[in-house]
Every structure is written in structure tokens, then in C-alpha cells.
Design a protein around this ligand. Structure first.
Ligand code: DC
Length: 227
């Protein structure tokens, strides 16, 4: 029996709802580790692209999963991710890599590979993990679960601002369209689709400031943690 050193907090929701920002802040406030599972799917997508693997080619993806090494460094202010020794933290943050990640995330081999990695990382507790299936599949018994949502328009605007601030030439209509496409793909897939766990607290962040959302989450964590 592994001795737990804190709670497992799951945050799921669609792209651009603000999961990573609030998850990172929440982890910092609690002294927990933040684990960005989307970055792992992006990292596998990045490697598949490098190797010219079609995301629909399950055999090739399974082969890749057998040899790929995905390493996370969990500095609260600057979490990094490396694939086979190459730091891909910035390279995976493009809209194209978002779509590629979504495409490879349908693969049973990819999901199985990352599921075991994510369970290992969260086994001892003290983690805030964000993604699409954390409260439903990865940690169905998570101590606290949130489902963070926002309207597609607001999510599109946020993504647009985020990418523009990095100096990327982006188009708001295109970003919003791709976001909707990704929502459909992520919630429509056969294995571990995006959906709210029945026991997850739904938070709509459309009209709320980040800090307000973090405070609401903290209050909920304190309540659950004291039970
Ligand atoms: O959170 P993100 O935008 O970085 O995630 C990229 C893609 O990875 C997302 O569109 C679907 C996939 N993903 C997933 O299937 N399961 C997760 N737990 C996290 C991400």
C-alpha cells in the first residue's frame, strides 16, 4: 500500500477553458505537483510527426509507444516536458500540435501508455492533474474533481490572446473553429472521451477571473480534505 502524501485533484474540461492556468495556481497554493496530461499527448503527437507516423496508423503508434521516453520536470513555475532527451515544451504549444495531439489521443496504444504513466505520477497523491479523462478514467476515485468549462467563443478568444502574446500569427475564427473540431473529436472518441464525471463540480469560467476560479476550487478542496 503506497502511503499518500496529499490529495489527488482532477481537473477536466475542453480546450481553452483555462485548466492549465488554474491547475498550476491551485497546485502552487497547496504545495502540490501540477501534472499537465495534455502536454504528454502533445509530446507523443510531436514525436509521431517527427517520424512521419500517420495518427491513424495504430501499429506504428504502438511501436512508438514501446520505445518513446516522456519525461516531465515539475517545477511549479516552469514545468517542462522532454521526449527522448529533447525538450519540446515550446514546440508542442502550437495549434497544429493541439490537433495532432487530439488525433493521436484516439489510439488505444497511446492511451494505455500514458494512463500507466499518469497513474504512477499520481499514486502518492499531492497532485493536481488536468486533462480530459482524469476524473473519469485515470483517477475515478480522485479526492476532488472539477470540470472546468467556458463558452466556445470565450475559449477561442483566450487561445487567441495566448498565442498572439507569444508572437504567433493567428486568426480568431480559425482558432475557434479548430477548438470546436477538437471538442467534437475529444468527446466523440471511443476510449476515455471527454465528459464530466458525475461527481465533478462544474465550474463555468466564461465570466469569471482566474483568481476567482482558483479560490472557489481551493474552498472546495479544503472542505473535501477535512472530511
Ligand atoms: O489539454 P491540451 O489542449 O494540451 O490537450 C491536447 C489534446 O490531448 C486534447 O485535444 C486531447 C488529448 N488529451 C486527452 O485525450 N486526454 C487527456 N487527459 C489530455 C489531453
Amino acid at each position: 500500500m503506497v502511503k499518500k502524501k496529499g490529495l489527488v485533484i482532477a481537473i477536466d474540461g475542453p480546450s481553452g477553458a483555462g485548466k492549465s492556468t488554474v491547475a498550476r495556481r491551485l497546485a502552487k497554493r497547496l504545495g502540490y505537483t501540477y501534472i499537465d496530461t495534455g502536454a504528454m499527448y502533445r509530446a507523443i503527437g510531436w514525436k509521431a510527426k517527427q517520424e512521419g507516423i500517420d495518427p491513424a496508423n495504430e501499429t506504428a503508434l504502438a511501436g512508438l509507444c514501446g520505445r518513446i521516453q516522456v519525461l516531465l520536470t515539475n517545477d511549479a513555475d516552469d514545468p517542462r516536458i522532454a521526449v527522448d532527451g529533447i525538450d519540446v515544451s515550446e514546440a508542442i504549444r502550437t495549434p497544429e500540435m493541439g490537433m495532432t495531439a487530439s488525433a493521436v489521443s484516439k489510439s488505444p496504444a497511446v492511451r494505455a501508455r500514458l494512463l500507466s504513466l499518469q497513474r504512477d505520477l499520481g499514486a502518492r497523491g499531492g497532485v493536481v492533474m488536468d486533462g480530459r479523462d482524469i476524473g473519469t478514467v485515470v483517477f475515478p476515485d480522485a479526492d476532488v474533481k472539477f470540470y472546468l468549462d467556458a463558452s466556445p467563443e470565450e475559449r477561442g478568444r483566450r487561445r487567441y490572446r495566448e498565442l498572439s502574446a507569444k508572437g504567433m500569427a493567428v486568426d480568431l475564427d480559425r482558432i475557434t473553429r479548430e477548438l470546436r473540431e477538437r471538442d467534437l473529436q475529444d468527446s466523440g472518441r471511443a476510449i476515455a472521451p471527454l465528459k464530466r464525471a458525475e461527481d465533478a463540480l462544474l465550474i463555468d469560467s466564461s465570466d469569471r477571473e482566474i483568481d476567482e476560479v482558483v479560490e472557489a476550487m481551493l474552498a472546495n478542496v479544503m472542505q473535501k480534505g477535512n472530511k
